[in-house]
Design a protein. Structure first.
Length: 70
């Protein structure tokens, strides 16, 4: 069975839409798959750490995160 991973669509990602520029999905990911250097910068995604739980996808208000089969 293929593992699911999260993908970040940087064309949809808009940190200006996040609360004070801080990505809520970054804070919710227990495995630290997403990392945001500074507010108002897009988060960086390390898909190798992703377990495919999709918690981050529910936190993204602009739907820039989605689960893909790997």
């Amino acid at each position: 069975m293929p593992k699911a991973i999260v993908s970040l669509n940087y064309q949809l990602c808009d940190p200006n839409q996040c609360d004070q520029g801080v990505c809520r999905a970054v804070a919710l990911c227990r495995r630290k798959v997403l990392h945001q250097e500074k507010p108002f910068e897009p988060p960086q995604l390390n898909s190798e750490l992703c377990l495919g739980c999709a918690v981050c996808t529910t936190a993204c208000s602009v739907h820039a995160l989605m689960v893909l089969p790997w």
